[in-house]
Write a protein that binds this ligand. Structure first.
Ligand code: HEC
Length: 152
């Protein structure tokens, strides 16, 4: 009698163990409803760099707030030397009798490049077309001129 009871106990325990094991292997139940992903627009904490540069050159007129790309400045310096801007505007843009100072310019990049492309008030004598100064070259040159303002 005791033996059978013991056997029964063992069988029950074994079944319980099995049952437990089966339960833990069971796949996690699927959610009853499909979650729909939502996207939230998180506004940037800082304004875009380009916007800052444009605003600061326009409002303040100085380039100090603008972070200059040193590579552009270096290439711009090359343009400045090769095109001999310094012969009239001074080696460091400080100006000479032949031309005004470029350091501390209040011109925007667009106006600066337009001046060179059109010759400004001077005309042909101050004309730098794309065969001498590329689009990129013009921007580099402007970066160099800005660096002159920041340095002095
Ligand atoms: C032959 C002399 C000469 C050379 C070379 C020369 N410039 Fe000028 N530049 C002038 C004169 C003169 C003016 C107009 C009067 C002034 O602002 O002095 C002028 C005006 C400018 C202006 C307009 C300034 C303003 O505030 O309105 C810019 C920008 C400029 N030059 C950039 C350059 C750059 C960049 C180079 C080289 C690619 C260059 N210049 C080469 C003589 C020269």
């Amino acid at each position: 009698m005791m033996k059978r009871l013991l056997l029964l106990c063992i069988v029950i325990l074994a079944l319980a163990g099995c049952g437990g094991g089966a339960a833990s292997n069971a796949p996690t139940p699927l959610p009853s409803s499909t979650p729909i992903p939502t996207f939230q627009f998180i506004p940037p904490t800082e304004p875009a760099a380009i916007a800052t540069a444009a605003a600061s050159t326009e409002e303040v007129g100085t380039a100090e707030a603008v972070a200059l790309d040193p590579e552009m400045v270096e290439r711009g310096r090359d343009r400045y030397v090769v095109l001999e801007c310094g012969s009239c505007h001074g080696e460091n843009g400080e100006g000479t009798e032949e031309g005004s100072a470029l350091a501390g310019t209040t011109l925007s990049e667009a106006d600066f490049i337009t001046y060179l492309r059109t010759g400004g008030d001077i005309g042909n004598d101050h004309l730098y077309s794309t065969d001498r100064l590329s689009e990129r070259g013009g921007r580099n040159l402007y970066a160099y001129v800005l660096s002159l303002s920041a340095g002095s």
